[in-house]
Design a protein around this ligand. Structure first.
Ligand SMILES: Cc1cc2nc3c(=O)[nH]c(=O)nc-3n(C[C@H](O)[C@H](O)[C@H](O)COP(=O)(O)OP(=O)(O)OC[C@H]3O[C@@H](n4cnc5c(N)ncnc54)[C@H](O)[C@@H]3O)c2cc1C
Length: 363
């Protein structure tokens, strides 16, 4: 019997597998595909990412450094409202490479990471959990003291255990043009209803164009408008779901969710790599597989850490739905140098941000 079976080896699953294996637990991690594939993510992250990686990661994964974002109320030719920092605000990284790197760290720590295993059934018993997976040689059954559902926005583990769904599932699309671009600004277009479209320069890896919006919005039409506006040819189109709004409960007696399965994402960008891995650390720190009561400590710890960020993130997102003239006035008044951390909206009231605003006002 394993201490933990981890279902899904994206960043939070790999992080949890690594940290628990390092702590001496017997860990099996299963992923339905090849690690990192298919790609459905921009890999645009704060520089905090490098606290979660190992040796040589930056050289291997880094694509571009970003200092700020130009916001637009309309398409590519509309007015730009820049928000920027004096130092690097974020990095664009190779997301498939990140997943492979994090899975290797989990393996090095002693976790048994197996690809091409699709988990189909999760059954909780009083003293254990059984997990059935379809592998290359047919069905396999495993037993564990606990199961970590790290299997993304449409989590099978969540559904099997009857845990509540995230508040919302946005539909995201991405595609790439091939010209090298190392500009230090991303562009954000507040054109699709309640969310946004983007352009991300990825250095030698080309330029990414993307968009996310709620169900019912004509994502393909908005995406085509974006591409036409930039007058580019794109390829390697891909898409994925973005969960927003964590459900009220993400644990049962012997199972728990981490990452997109638990909607541990930023409501104003959909980014979930850092929140998922931060929550994985809380899970690894709090959960003892021999003491199911410790699951409550995990619920408490990650919510304490991220609750205010998520709440404020919901408020920021509301600004995407303001009438255009109000958006223009707001963006015009607030644009300029900022001191905000991209994962921590509460830093809007930090001394760093206030200093940046004051220095701007002084001219
Ligand atoms: C278009 C788009 C752009 C994004 N851009 C960014 C960004 O720039 N920055 C950022 O921070 N976040 C971004 N995100 C969000 C980010 O991709 C997710 O928050 C992050 O991938 C969450 O990791 P996860 O491991 O929880 O889920 P996933 O990355 O979805 O990984 C889940 C894993 O579980 C596996 N799995 C699923 N079901 C099963 C099963 N039944 N059995 C076994 N394995 C299974 C999958 O194969 C996968 O490897 C974006 C998302 C989208 C859709």
């Amino acid at each position: 019997m394993y201490d933990f079976v981890v279902v899904g080896v994206g960043p939070p699953g790999a992080r949890f597998a690594r940290r628990t294996a390092e702590a001496g637990y017997d860990v099996l991690a299963l992923d339905k595909g090849a690690i990192g594939e298919p790609l459905a993510c921009s890999g645009h992250v704060s520089t905090d990412i490098w606290a979660f990686t190992g040796e040589g990661a930056r050289e291997q994964l880094f694509q571009n450094a970003v200092y700020g974002a130009r916001f637009h109320v309309g398409g590519p030719h509309s007015d730009a409202y820049p928000f920027y920092k004096r130092e690097v605000a974020s990095n664009v990284i190779d997301r498939v490479g990140l997943d492979c790197h994090l899975a290797d760290l989990a393996r090095d720590a002693g976790a048994d990471v197996r690809e091409r295993r699709t988990v189909t059934e999760v059954t909780e018993h009083r003293d254990r959990v059984s997990v059935v997976a379809n592998g290359p040689d047919g069905a396999e059954e495993y037993e564990a003291k606990m199961v970590a559902g790290c299997d993304g926005p449409r989590s099978r583990v969540r559904n099997q255990l009857g845990l509540p769904q995230p508040g919302e599932l946005l539909h995201g699309v991405l595609a790439f043009s091939s010209e090298a671009d190392s500009q230090d600004f991303v562009d954000v277009h507040l054109t699709p209803p309640t969310f946004f479209a983007w352009r991300i320069p990825r250095g030698e890896a080309g330029v990414e164009y993307g968009l996310a919006a709620p169900p019912g919005v004509h994502v393909n039409k908005h995406f085509q408008d974006l591409i036409d506006g930039y007058e580019v040819d794109v390829s390697h189109r891909c898409s994925g779901a973005i969960p927003i709004g964590p459900p009220g409960r993400i644990t049962t007696r012997r199972a728990f969710l981490i990452g997109d399965a638990a909607a541990q994402t930023k409501p104003f960008t959909g980014g979930g790599i850092l929140y998922g891995m931060t929550s994985a650390d809380h899970a690894a720190c709090e959960i003892d597989p021999d003491r199911p009561s410790t699951l409550a400590a995990y619920e408490y710890a990650w919510r304490q850490d991220l609750k205010r960020e998520v709440e404020l993130g919901h408020w920021l997102r509301r600004a995407y739905s303001l009438p255009e003239p109000v958006q223009r006035i707001g963006l015009g008044a607030l644009s300029g140098e900022i001191g905000v951390h991209m994962d921590r909206p509460t830093s809007l009231v930090s001394p760093t941000h206030l200093k940046a605003v004051l220095s701007r006002l002084r001219g």
